[in-house]
Ligand binder design. Structure first.
Ligand SMILES: Cc1cc2nc3c(=O)[nH]c(=O)nc-3n(C[C@H](O)[C@H](O)[C@H](O)COP(=O)(O)O)c2cc1C
Length: 217
């Protein structure tokens, strides 16, 4: 969204958010509860049939942490969420001795979907290690399984990142450039704030809308 349009949007929603925060600052501590509520009350029940044609690959050291919470509030209940922690996926190996681990089946599963959503917390200004391993292993798709790599062309990728201190610089570059390399359409990233800073909580409204535009269309 253009920056002016974004500012107008934030200004228009500011009053509602302000009122709610005044009432109970913890209510919107994540701003995601508000999203869930809005969805529940939403009159627009017309959900694009492709809405469920998406898969979430969740990387986090906490399988039921803030990143998972953000994902659950944003995606359709029917959406498959794959937790990297539950799979056996080892670091990239130049000799590809790990080609029988869970990575290639995960890629095959992902290829059944139009939109691939990568969800990761921000750990030290970057993606978490589980997600980085997932990304590194894309090299398998440019060497031993080029056939799978080619099938990624034309897919869409969106990133959900949870954070609680400050927005990292250049966080999106590894995702957007990887997409460019593979011919995937990079749809952007929503940075979902999980802390208590009111200004950043307000910004979640914009980030949630950004995610919804991609996920629900
Ligand atoms: C090892 C580690 C490093 C972190 N580094 C950052 C950081 O650089 N910037 C930030 O905003 N938050 C940082 N955080 C906070 C997490 O991004 C935040 O709490 C996130 O919502 C946690 O998601 P999770 O529950 O899925 O792990 C860090 C947390 C951990 C555990």
């Amino acid at each position: 969204m253009h920056i002016i349009a974004r500012n107008i949007y934030i200004r228009n929603t500011k009053m509602t958010v302000k009122k709610r925060l005044k009432k109970d600052p913890t209510e919107l501590s994540h701003a995601l509860k508000a999203n869930l509520l809005r969805r529940k009350n939403s009159k627009s029940k017309e959900i694009n049939p492709n809405f469920s044609n998406q898969i979430v690959i969740l990387g986090s050291s906490n399988s039921s942490g803030k990143t998972k919470e953000a994902v659950s509030s944003l995606v359709n209940k029917k959406t498959t969420i794959i937790d990297l922690q539950t799979l056996n996926i080892s670091y990239y190996d130049y000799a590809n001795k790990n080609s029988n681990d869970d990575y290639l089946p995960l890629i095959e599963k992902s290829l059944e979907h139009d939109l691939i959503i990568l969800a990761t917390p921000v750990y030290w200004y970057s993606m978490c290690a589980q997600m980085k391993t997932f990304i590194d292993r894309i090299s398998d798709l440019t060497s031993i399984r080029k056939d799978l790599g080619r099938k990624l062309r034309g897919k869409k990728l969106f990133v959900i990142a949870s954070f609680d201190t400050s927005l990292p610089k250049s966080f999106e570059a590894p995702f957007s450039q990887t997409c460019e390399y593979l011919g995937i359409k990079y749809e952007g990233c929503s940075f979902i704030y999980g802390g208590n800073d009111i200004e950043l909580i307000k910004n979640n409204v914009f980030e949630i809308e950004k995610a919804k535009r991609v996920i629900e269309n």
